[in-house]
Design a protein around this ligand. Structure first.
Ligand code: ITT
Length: 191
């Protein structure tokens, strides 16, 4: 059965919307933006947060949709800020994170989970990007912690990459690709 190749993405974050749209457009999926704040439970697991947020957003809008949640986990800080990345960004900010890391290990990773919900059908897709926190900010692209996140095997921060370059490797692009391939295959009808 043929079904729509459009999907609604509920997020307040325009940069996330642009990245997910960019990745999914390559798979032939058009993303529509519904700007609303997803309700977030407190958890250290992005897949649990999106799963619950997906349910809540589906109850509110009653149409098939996706939500996404990202965490930034710094190993020497025992995973901080993790799923509180948004709060950490708004409070201590990048400079606060750099201060916390003085004299400490800088290995870190991003995790992105995307949840698709349609009625009782719910699927979560997760992507991860390993790297380290740079000593100082560099670049003006991207958003959030991109100016200090250097992916493994690279010498540039995510903020020094183009949208296309970031989307070739990012946590969010990996999760979006997994979702997109599943969605296109029509697995929506599986139990
Ligand atoms: P939603 O409306 O989708 O929830 P949000 O911006 O509040 O948007 P999150 O809670 O998932 O989303 O994001 C946590 C924070 O982590 C976000 O505000 C950024 O500061 C940071 N972040 C998320 N993805 C990032 C990325 O790809 N690169 C750099 N920082 C990122």
């Amino acid at each position: 059965m043929q079904r729509s190749s459009n999907i609604l993405f509920v997020t307040t974050n325009e940069d996330k919307f642009k990245e997910v749209s960019f990745v999914l457009s390559k798979i032939g999926i058009v993303v529509d933006w519904l700007k609303d704040e997803k309700e977030e439970i407190q958890s250290e697991d992005t897949s649990e947060i999106v799963s619950r947020a997906g349910d809540m957003m589906y109850r509110k809008y009653a149409v098939p949709l996706i939500v996404e949640d990202t965490g930034l986990f710094v190993r020497s800080l025992r995973g901080f800020p993790g799923c509180f990345a948004s709060y950490a960004y708004k409070t201590i900010g990048i400079q606060g994170l750099l201060k916390l890391l003085e004299g400490k290990g800088r290995e870190a990773y991003f995790v992105s989970s995307i949840c698709y919900v349609q009625g009782s059908l719910k699927k979560v897709f997760t992507g991860r990007l390993e790297g380290r926190i740079a000593e100082r900010e560099a670049g003006s692209g991207g958003f959030g912690f991109d100016p200090v996140f250097v992916p493994n095997g690279m010498s540039k921060t995510l903020a020094e990459l183009t949208l296309e370059e970031k989307c070739a490797i990012s946590h969010r692009a990996k999760a979006a690709t997994l979702f997109g391939e599943w969605f296109k295959m029509g697995n929506i009808y599986e139990q």
